[in-house]
Each structure stands twice: as C-alpha cells, then as structure tokens.
Design a protein around this ligand. Structure first.
Ligand SMILES: [Zn+2]
Length: 195
C-alpha cells in the first residue's frame, strides 16, 4: 500500500462516518488522545501506559487482519498503514525470528504531550505489540527505549521474544511460518524475512 492510498480510499458514508470496506475510521486530533492519556496518567500513574498499549493492540490486531504475506510483508504493510493514517513514519530496522526493532519519527503524540522524561507513544507501542504477536505467534512485550518526547531524535521500539530458544528447538524458527493468532488467514508465499 503506497503512502496516502488508504486515506484516499476512505468513503464518507453520509452519516458522519468514514469507511473502508467494513472498517470504520475516525479522524481525531492528537490533543484529544493525549488529553485522555494524561487524565488516565493522573488517575492511575504508571499503570496508565498499559491501558493505552492495550488499546493500541486492539487497533493493531484489527489492522493486521487485512494484511497478508510474509513476515516482512506484514510488518511493512502495517507500518505503511500507520504512516497513511498519520501516526508518523515507522521503519522496520530489525526483523529476525526472535526480535523486532522499529524506528519511529514524527510521532503525533510527543508534540501534544507536556514535556516529560518518559516515553509517551504507548498507543504506537501497543500497535507494535500486535505486530510482534502476529510475527512471533505469541504475546511479546514491546519497549519504547527512546522517545521524541524525552529528547531523543527518534522513537525506538524493541520487541524481544525472550521465551523463544531457537537452539533448543532444532534451529532458528522461520517467522514467516508463524502468522500468529491475531492476523486471521494469511495468504502469500512464506519466505525468510531478509530474502
Ligand atoms: Zn515516542
């Protein structure tokens, strides 16, 4: 999917909704989401982040249900869709059978968030947890190790599947053969992520 294509495909249903197929989309200002995020942070403290990660996982899993192909194609499809929808650019830096690193820039959340020393892109992190689960076939936590909101040049997200032990499983696992539970039926031709 090329940049901007999804947005151009959205059809207004004449009743206050945007649709693409059977999926509804909502244009929302970052200030709205960040306002909710900061209110939940005031109420829950550090536990707030996980609430937004869970929301991101739900949306990411929905997005991945429409993306088929090899592991690399699914990763690139999801990051292209994120850019299409205004979440900034997400570039897959590393994709192996046990690790995923994604570099984010121009995230919509830091600019709308008050100055902070902590990462704030929890929704994006949740979307990438859905991707990691899709790629690895199991829940894998994603950490935002660097964030534009905390002064970094880019946001950096890292998933490491620590529960996977390729040495004990008869060699490296081809992630392409594990489309995961969240993505529905996967088409395409499986191939290694770096072929
Ligand atoms: Zn960030």
């Amino acid at each position: 999917m090329t940049a901007g294509l999804l947005l151009r495909r959205l059809a207004h249903d004449g009743r206050g909704g945007f649709r693409h197929g059977d999926s509804r989309f909502l244009l929302i200002r970052p200030e709205t989401l960040v306002g909710v995020q900061q209110a939940v942070e005031r109420a829950l403290g550090a536990r707030a982040a996980e609430c937004f990660v869970e929301g991101g996982r739900a949306g990411g899993a929905r997005a991945l249900s429409s993306i088929a192909g090899s592991a690399e194609e699914r990763a690139r499809g999801l990051t292209a869709m994120a850019a299409d929808l205004g979440w900034g650019t997400l570039a897959v830096e590393t994709l192996t059978p046990t690790s995923l690193v994604v570099i984010g820039s121009n995230s919509p959340f830091p600019a709308a968030h008050a100055a902070t020393g902590d990462p704030v892109c929890h929704l994006t992190r949740g979307v990438l947890e859905a991707l990691a689960e899709n790629l690895f076939g199991r829940r894998v936590p994603v950490h935002e190790t660097h964030c534009e909101a905390a002064g970094a040049e880019r946001c950096r997200f890292e998933a490491v599947d620590v529960s996977s032990h390729p040495a004990q499983g008869g060699g490296a696992v081809d992630v392409s053969s594990h489309p995961g539970r969240t993505g529905g039926k996967m088409g395409g031709t499986p191939r290694p992520p770096h072929s």
